[in-house]
Design a protein around this ligand. Structure first.
Ligand code: ADP
Length: 496
């Protein structure tokens, strides 16, 4: 099969810069796609952390004015990734995370910072830089949403574009008066354009103009077409349902491998599950909990936000503790949730407020069950890691959690196929009931071990999703290459 060139456009990429699952996906997909004959180059903003991580780098183009200052497009490699990096100090050379300053508020010029990302994507897409010309542009989330719109208003029919929604809650809305300053024509400000409830919508723009829309699980692809899950975009997504599909995320199974994980006290696999005990003991020590191998230890690794249902967990906590369970939480976010978790600390529950990659691995390898009571969850990565580490996920029956965890109900237990526990609707009482269900199965160690083995056999790798993305890219590039158009018209002639 002919190799295919894809330009991925993302505002974060693991391991260079990460605030959530988007970075994991942007970082892992290129490697997985290489096995499918797809060469991915990723375009990312030149935040200080990204520039510092580059192995060399060559400026392949210079721009006099990229939204208020000079910029270079740098071709570089880092951590096995082929990158184009936008070195634009006036937009990206600052402390803080990709979206917010040290004070926690959004950067005031985010409209320009991410318009620049799409503007440069379009220069690359149109073959104007260094002889590079991708077959497909793959835009991730609102930060890259203007790329399909810029291509549309430039009258370009090539290359084909894919817009992936990692989380519909983040939409990138900016005041209408910025329309022309971000380089969009007046005609773009309409319901068939980038206008969204009186604002300029970057995600809306991508959803309106991309040739294909994907999101990160089949169930979320269905949920976002409903008023309840569509966050205002459901009408548009229903109208574009014929080009919308869900492709599950995978995880990097070399980074997340319990048999080799250097963050664990003891490595293990499905045939040596007893070795997990040392990680559990280390985790209980680390969080200052009673050291007891017989207690069901629940874990949470999460942003602390309403989306993640951490308030439901606080409400269900008395049931968890009365039932004889323990809980460790790693996360940061809303101040009230952080305070609630701190206040709940005791001999059987404790929280580490912060972001800690290494501790996340130890929790996956040491806790018995991983809680994800999310109100909505596009895919979720944490439960995929949990499956691989034999920590049974206890999950809300939403989005990607539905698609990746098999509820250990009576029928599934009889068939020997469960991998975790679901609850619905997403309410504290239902979460409490699922926790009690897990505690009941915990008292049957052979059944629990059977579920752990099932979980660990689940294919959570990028192999299948990468094949699905590759098929999508190929279909799109066939549809837009001129020789296929000729072939198609000849086929039409013959059939007449
Ligand atoms: P989201 O992107 O909505 O935050 P996902 O489950 O898709 O949620 O991805 C979250 C990623 O971030 C996972 O890889 C998870 O392990 C990691 N993560 C979240 N919070 C923390 C934390 N406090 N410390 C370390 N890793 C974290």
């Amino acid at each position: 099969m002919a190799p295919l060139d894809v330009l991925a456009v993302a505002s974060e990429i693991f391991p260079l810069i990460k605030t959530g699952g988007l970075a994991d996906v942007a970082g892992a997909l290129p490697g997985a796609l290489a096995a499918e004959g797809v060469a991915v180059r990723s375009l990312v903003p030149g935040y200080p952390r990204v520039l510092d991580a580059l192995d060399g780098g060559v400026a392949v183009a210079s721009l006099n004015d990229l939204f208020g200052g000079a910029a270079h497009i740098v071709a570089a490699h880092a951590s096995g990734l082929d990158l184009f990096v936008i070195d634009a100090p006036h937009l990206y050379a600052r402390d803080g995370d990709p979206y917010r300053g040290p004070g926690g508020g959004d950067w005031a010029d985010n409209a320009f910072r991410f318009a620049a990302l799409s503007r440069v994507a379009v220069l690359l897409a149109q073959g104007l830089v260094d002889g590079y010309r991708p077959d497909v542009v793959h835009a991730h989330d609102w930060q890259a949403g203007l790329a399909p719109a810029y291509l549309h208003y430039a009258g370009a029919i090539e290359p084909a574009t894919v817009m992936t929604i990692h989380n519909l809650a983040f939409q990138g809305q900016f005041p209408a008066y910025l329309l022309s300053s971000v380089g969009l024509p007046e005609e773009a400000f309409s319901i068939q354009g980038v206008e969204y409830y009186g604002a300029v919508g970057y995600l809306k723009a991508g959803l309106q103009f991309a040739d294909r829309i994907t999101t990160v699980s089949p169930t979320y692809a269905a949920e976002i077409r409903t008023p309840a899950g569509g966050m205002g975009m459901d009408g548009l997504l229903r109208a574009r349902a014929d080009v919308l599909s869900g492709i599950l995320n995978g995880i990097d199974t070399t980074v997340w491998d319990p048999a080799t994980d250097r963050h664990l006290v003891a490595t293990f696999d499905a045939d040596r599950l007893a070795l997990r005990a040392a990680n559990k003991a280390a985790l209980q020590d680390r969080f200052g909990l009673r050291r007891d191998p017989g207690t069901l230890l629940f874990g949470v690794i999460s942003r602390l936000s309403a989306q993640k249902g951490i308030d439901l967990l606080l409400a269900a906590l008395p049931v968890l503790l009365d039932g004889g369970g323990q809980l460790v939480v790693l996360g940061s976010g809303d101040a009230s949730l952080e305070a609630g978790l701190r206040a709940a600390a005791g001999p059987d529950v404790n929280a580490h407020i912060g972001y800690d990659e290494s501790l996340a691995h130890l929790i996956q390898g040491g806790c018995d069950a991983l809680l994800m009571p999310s109100r909505f969850e596009p895919c979720g990565l944490t439960q995929l890691c949990a499956l691989r580490y034999g920590a049974l996920p206890v999950v809300a029956h939403v989005g990607g959690l539905c698609d990746t965890v098999i509820d250990a109900n009576e029928m599934a237990l009889a068939a020997g196929i469960g991998t975790g526990f679901h609850f619905a609707p997403v309410q504290a009482e239902m979460l409490a009931a699922a926790i009690l269900r897990a505690l009941a199965v915990w008292r049957q160690p052979d059944v629990w071990r059977g579920l752990q083995r099932n979980a660990m056999q689940t294919d959570v790798s990028w192999r299948r999703p990468a094949a699905q993305y590759a098929a999508l890219y190929r279909e799109l590039s066939r549809a837009t290459t001129p020789h296929t158009v000729i072939a198609r018209s000849e086929a039409t002639k013959q059939s007449r």
